[in-house]
Design a binder for this molecule. Structure first.
Ligand SMILES: Cc1ncc(COP(=O)(O)O)c(C=O)c1O
Length: 486
């Protein structure tokens, strides 16, 4: 029940009881009544928070300790949720096991990276062998060539590629390459689009989108132009004005972090067409979608021909990776061997841990498994995704709760609509939804039903999930609605 309702009920009772205390009514009974009343209040207000705290005492202590070392107690901004995140000590299949002995069914799945679930057998076995043979050679290795070959076979538009350690690096290199080949400066990105923490792309990520994402970004933001997702007309109007200095357009095929929003039919095609016409590099950020929507990438699904595209997450099989891929003539300008003139080379990195054999083997084993079992895997996770979206929508509709479930394939998110927003087409629409309700819904799933979504973020289904897991999510959702938590 809502806090406001408690106050409304509580206040007259409190006055009544206080009045009694001025009458001839025995004082000790009055005090007992007041005490009982506050006990009742305590029992019912914020029950979810109290249940969570009761079940995660060790996590609470660990979080307090981690505040001594990390600003905000975390090493990735989105990993905090109120009152504090639970600490995980083990993860297998679809489950997370925390330090207090709780087991959660995981729909966050390592920032959506773990399509095969946590620690899949074939990957773990190969990893334990590899660890015995070295984790970082600091020079070239065979398995990186095998991984590159596998990626190219599956995604032939990866004519050339460079392995890095994070997705943020990959998108940063893609932008640098685009600026280098076009000799232009401006980068166009989508409002709400997320490409990692590099300064070249850290703008218009969070609402309100028209103010800076924080301190220290002004210099880089000078050359970023943001455009609205799924609004081709406005996007092209903006782009037309800056096309002479526009180096690239970078776009996620589906807006992931911003709310799991699929593109309108002509949006991505329209941006691509504009890029090709105006000597602008079209970059598709497939760090979430690559190997998730289809083994051949979202570019194949949406019939796109990006000049550059970035991969990450699934490609590393659960270990750190970022890859910038694309047309040979573009990536070749980063070739440091043939040219010894610094002015002719676009210097992109990789870094100490790039192509390390551990990540390479995990990525390779993951992609091999996906390739061998692609029919079973993709039909299973996509069918479960469709089932989840349809059934969740049905539950909310039946209960007259205005909700829009978005998503595609094995990805989905929930948006609580209100008078300000009735459709979800871009990040601005998502910003107008009732985020507090979504936070409550996700937190109720965590606290009461041990189902983990990172609050507010989209969910991902892995090969380890089953229909029974989805059914548990559905019955838990029904109970949450019935208990008037939302
Ligand atoms: C679309 C997209 N691009 C880039 C990144 C950044 O990747 P990383 O977190 O590995 O730096 C992310 C991370 O979530 C992402 O979703």
């Amino acid at each position: 029940m809502k806090f406001r309702v408690y106050i409304l009920v509580a206040w007259p009772i409190y006055i009544f009881v206080m009045n009694l205390s001025y009458s001839n009514f025995p004082k000790f009974i009055t005090y007992k009544l007041v005490l009982l009343f506050f006990l009742f209040l305590y029992m019912h207000i914020d029950k979810l928070n109290r249940t969570y705290k009761k079940n995660t005492k060790h996590s609470n202590l660990l979080y307090k300790k981690s505040l001594r070392f990390f600003p905000g107690g975390i090493s990735h901004n989105i990993r905090f949720f109120s009152p504090y995140p639970f600490f995980v000590k083990r993860a297998v299949g679809k489950y997370l096991f925390d330090v207090d002995g709780n087991t959660y069914t995981d729909y966050w799945m390592g920032h959506w990276a773990l399509i095969l679930g946590h620690s899949p057998k074939n990957v773990s076995l190969a990893l334990s062998k590899q660890v015995k043979n070295g984790t970082l050679y600091g020079t070239v290795n065979t398995v990186s060539v095998e991984l590159a070959e596998t990626i190219q076979k599956l995604m032939p538009k990866a004519e050339k590629m460079r392995f890095a350690t994070t997705g943020s690096e990959a998108t940063m290199y893609a932008v640098r390459l685009a600026r280098a080949v076009t000799k232009k400066r401006i980068v166009a990105k989508i409002i709400g689009g997320w490409h990692g923490f590099n300064s070249s792309l850290l703008e218009s990520v969070n609402y309100p989108f028209d103010i800076s994402e924080g301190l220290g970004l002004d210099v880089d933001n000078k050359y970023i132009q943001s455009i609205p997702f799924n609004d081709l007309h406005t996007s092209l109007q903006i782009l037309n004005k800056i096309k002479d200095d526009l180096a690239c357009i970078i776009v996620e095929p589906i807006l992931g972090g911003a709310g799991c929003i699929t593109p309108n039919n002509d949006y991505l095609q329209g941006l691509q067409e504009f890029s090709k016409k105006n000597n602008i590099i079209f970059i598709l950020d497939e760090i979430v979608t690559g190997f998730r929507l289809s083994i051949h990438g979202a570019y194949k699904m949406f019939k796109l021909d990006p000049d550059l595209f970035t991969l990450g997450k699934i490609a590393g099989g659960g270990l750190p990776i970022g890859i910038v891929c694309g047309k040979s003539e573009i990536l070749s300008i980063s070739n440091p061997i043939d040219k010894n003139n610094k002015n002719l080379i676009c210097s992109i990195g990789g870094g100490t841990f790039s192509s390390n054999p551990v990540t390479m083997i995990a990525g390779l084993k993951t992609l091999e498994f996906l390739q061998t079992n692609k029919k079973t895997i993709y039909s299973k996770i996509n069918e479960l995704g469709a089932y989840t979206r349809k059934e969740l929508q049905k539950i909310f509709d039946e209960n007259n709760i205005d909700v829009k479930i978005t998503g595609i394939g094995s990805l989905f998110n929930i948006h609580f609509l209100n008078d300000n927003v009735k459709e979800i087409n871009n990040s601005n629409d998502v910003a107008l939804t009732d985020k507090e309700k979504l936070r409550k819904y996700h937190f109720a799933l965590i606290s009461k039903y041990k189902i983990f979504f990172l609050p507010l973020k989209m969910g991902a289904i892995s090969y380890q999930h089953s229909k029974a897991d989805i059914d548990k999510l559905l019955t838990s959702t029904r109970s949450i609605i019935e208990s008037k938590i939302l």
